[in-house]
Design a binder for this molecule. Sequence first.
Ligand SMILES: O=P(O)(O)OC[C@@H](O)[C@@H](O)c1c[nH]c2ccccc12
Length: 255
Amino acid sequence: MLEKILQTKREELKEIQLGQQEDVQKISFYQALQNKARPVSLIAEVKKASPSKGLIKESFNPVQIAKQYVKGGANALSVLTDETYFKGHHTYLTNIKKEVSIPVLRKDFIIDSLQVEQSARIGADAILLIGEAMSPEKLYELYLQAKELHLDCLVEVHSREVLQGILTIFTPEIIGINNRNLHTFQTKLQQTEEISQFVPKESLMVSESGIFTYKDVQTVKKAGANAILVGESLMRQEDQTTAIYDLFGEEVYEN
Ligand SMILES: O=P(O)(O)OC[C@@H](O)[C@@H](O)c1c[nH]c2ccccc12
């Protein structure tokens, strides 16, 4: 599946249009994740659909969802911009960025410097770089380019081998462990437990995918995660603010 997606991205690259620089202020994704109001920080994902789950949210208003996440105290947002497989769009990110004051991560399959440039222009504060999608050398090249454009990077890995390959080249500030198996699409939180011991102490560690309950939050917290990236379980609920409180086992009385 990843190979198929990357093939589509290579095709799209031939017709990529960079567009104008959006007039927005960049803010630090890294710093937002350091905020310790909860046991782990939350990156809440605006996600309409996925290849494995199909359509996740029927009535989808990206800006409204983003605002509900902010109200629930999310530290940062992740916005899917891939159109073909996740039914996302780069305008979702731009529109959200203009309406919120927390940092926004561009969730896409970035494999080329043009996409990094484009991410900066559409108003992203951070980008995702997937270890399994390119060589560690290429990843480092894009990481450095992103830094120059004041974009933080979430460096995602699915396996210990790929993480270790990256660490021979450099130490990313933020490392994401994806709990989703790239071949079977199944998620298991054990992935975080197994790989976390190889994450350097100086990196912020994010556990991604398959987090549904407060128990799941505690499991990855115990494994050393500083932050979590959650999409589906929050998107499936009616109200995304309440969804966040539920995820953290919080009781909130509104008056
Ligand atoms: O919806 P979930 O299971 O909570 O997962 C969110 C996020 O981790 C997932 O969307 C994701 C992780 N890495 C990606 C790379 C591309 C697209 C999507 C992803």
